[in-house]
Design a protein around this ligand. Structure first.
Ligand code: NAD
Length: 261
């Protein structure tokens, strides 16, 4: 088995400078993983790396845009070399992008969301395979409850399509990569209190139809709080280790049963 002990795990995390990716990096290193961090935000990566090193942990990072295939491949290859192997890949970087009616959503806004969320997951998986195929491993992909269930998130056609694409991709990849003992699973968070939600670009057209995204805070079946990145990180940890050895091709909801509403 390749994914037995926490201590020998080598993991790359994208979107590691904030929110779910940062919480996962922190949890992973506390559990004895060595981590390689990827994000577009160079300043945050530098300060996180300092923070981890001050706490006595090894940490490597590359500042790269996950839609840039040449530099992404270079970053994954270099980080794998620094880590001396790759057991776990967490494809997590993502954006909410622009939410607009389909009629007015621009093609470039559509492309930006699909490329950042879905194309990057394909690229990360593609570039991780050569490093994992000999010894096996675990790939975890952050999708969303929006990937499998359409709420009244009017204007979220690009985001929901990218997240649904990630779930379909997870299943195809799980089937294809089982031959290498590489497991592939998706995490589907509900509303999580991170910076992403403040970065959504709402088109003015949405005001006209008086529909905007409302995260159902105070309306969650499990408890009346928004979920946290730390809760998601615990589920990523589960999928990263042999605690989930027989699980591949599935999506794990971390949403306080929000998707059942
Ligand atoms: P976040 O904004 O806190 O973190 C996202 C990170 O991704 C940021 O550090 C950002 O710099 C990085 N990133 C964005 N585009 C990038 C690019 N092109 N190249 C490299 N890095 C890039 O948000 P988060 O909530 O932690 O989001 C992580 C994932 O969780 C995303 O895929 C998101 O769709 C998913 N998700 C979030 C929620 C939520 O409510 N927060 C719900 C469901 C799914």
């Amino acid at each position: 088995m390749t994914t037995n002990s926490f201590a020998t795990k080598k993991a790359i995390i994208t979107g590691a400078a904030s929110g779910i990716g940062y919480a996962t990096a922190k949890l992973f290193i506390e559990k004895g993983f060595v981590v390689g961090l990827i994000d577009a935000d160079k300043n945050r990566l530098e300060s996180i790396s300092k923070e981890f090193k001050q706490d006595g942990y090894d940490c490597y990072y590359r500042s790269v845009d996950v839609t840039d295939e040449i530099n992404l491949k270079k970053a994954i290859d270099e980080l794998t070399e620094s880590l001396e192997g790759l057991d776990v890949f967490f494809s997590n970087a993502g954006i909410n992008g622009t939410w607009a009616p389909i009629e007015t959503l621009t093609i470039s806004d559509w492309d930006q969301t699909i490329n950042t969320n879905l194309r990057s997951t394909f690229l990360c998986t593609k570039f991780a395979i050569p490093h994992m195929k000999e010894n096996g491993g675990s790939i975890i992909i952050t999708s969303s409850i929006n990937g499998t269930r359409i709420f009244n998130n009017f204007g979220a056609s690009a985001y929901s399509s990218s997240k649904a694409g990630q779930v379909a991709f997870t299943k195809m990849a799980a089937l294809e990569l089982a031959r290498y003992n590489i497991r592939v699973n998706a995490i589907c968070p509900g509303a999580i209190d991170t910076a992403i939600n403040g970065k959504t670009k709402y088109s003015a057209d949405l005001d006209e139809v008086e529909i905007k995204v409302e995260f159902p805070e105070g309306n969650r079946p499990l408890k009346n709080e928004t979920g946290t990145s730390e809760q998601v990180a615990q589920s990523v940890l589960f999928l990263a280790t042999d605690a989930s050895a027989n699980i591949s091709g599935t999506e794990l909801y971390v949403d306080g049963a929000e998707s059942l509403l």
